[in-house]
Ligand binder design. Structure first.
Ligand SMILES: NC(=O)CC(=O)C(=O)O
Length: 270
């Protein structure tokens, strides 16, 4: 199966962001992709709380979800909508990945479980102030593939991916908006670790560049195979117009790695 990670530099103009997604999906589909992953916050990237709420309550449902359904149907591909804001309980919002099948049906929804709080070299992050954490891991059944869903900071919690591997997942999706300092130090290391320890493909679509409000993201979208090899990655780290990262993933490769080194069957509980 040919898969695509879309790398974007999203801003606060929803129509403009969706136009970039649309152009990149045209390219991915023309090159044969049957599954496409968008990054975290692909449709709206802005720190203002009122604008976030308006996006979650109005634009997400009226504009973005119908757009994703239409794009999936038009290109006949599974579209994993990285993440977008949706209303949560009370004043809170959710950071949610919504998945559409190739006939445009919504088939899965995952709320980011681990929220990103920290005082980092570039700035402080306090995602839990506004976002309601999810509590449910979600796997997606995609023909022969079982796909584990997650979002960005979840990457740092190996137990989530081990849970997916134990359910039989062979493909792990990690749409992201990693910071530059943590990206430089940890991004590739963590993605390859999750692939190696779970003997699964990892798809990581990332935000890149400077966003409204001054936040910067690391880019380096990549696809990692079950042996931990980076099989494709974004080449133009300055690209603000977006980029498609493509690779062919193969279930036989998963079976081969798991047969050669059956580490997943050697687990011991203590
Ligand atoms: N942006 C995130 O959710 C996480 C991140 O940048 C990191 O873990 O580092």
């Amino acid at each position: 199966m040919r898969v695509a990670c879309l790398q974007l530099s999203s801003g606060d103009r929803v129509e403009a962001n969706l136009a970039v997604v649309s152009a990149l999906l045209d390219e991915a589909a023309a090159k044969g992709a049957k599954l496409a992953l968008l990054p975290e916050m692909f449709a709206f990237f802005h720190p203002d709380d009122d604008r976030k709420r308006h996006f979650a309550e109005v634009l997400a449902r009226q504009v973005v979800l119908p757009f994703l359904a239409d794009q999936a149907r038009r290109h006949a591909l599974t579209l994993i909508g990285g993440s977008l804001l949706l209303p949560g309980e009370g004043e809170l919002l959710r950071n949610t990945c919504v998945v559409f099948s190739a006939d445009g049906e919504q088939v899965a929804l995952y709320d980011k479980i681990h929220l990103f709080d920290g005082d980092l070299p570039d700035r402080s992050y306090h995602e839990s102030a506004r976002i309601q954490p999810g509590s449910q891991p979600v796997v997606l059944d995609l023909e022969d593939w079982l796909v584990g869903l997650s979002i960005c900071y979840d990457l740092r919690f190996p137990e989530l991916y081990r849970h997916y591997a134990a359910l039989g997942a062979q493909l792990l999706c990690i749409p992201s908006a990693f910071t530059v300092p943590t990206g430089q130090a940890h991004w590739e290391l963590l993605l390859r670790a999750r692939a190696v320890e779970n003997q699964a493909y990892v798809l990581a679509a990332a935000q890149i560049g400077r966003h409204p409000g001054g936040r910067e993201t690391f880019g380096h979208s990549m696809i990692v195979d079950p042996w931990g090899l980076v099989v494709a990655q974004a080449t133009n780290q300055r690209a603000t117009e977006g980029e498609v990262v493509l690779a062919d993933i193969d279930l036989q490769r998963v079976h081969q790695v798991r047969k050669q080194l059956p580490a997943l069957t050697h687990r011991r509980l203590y």
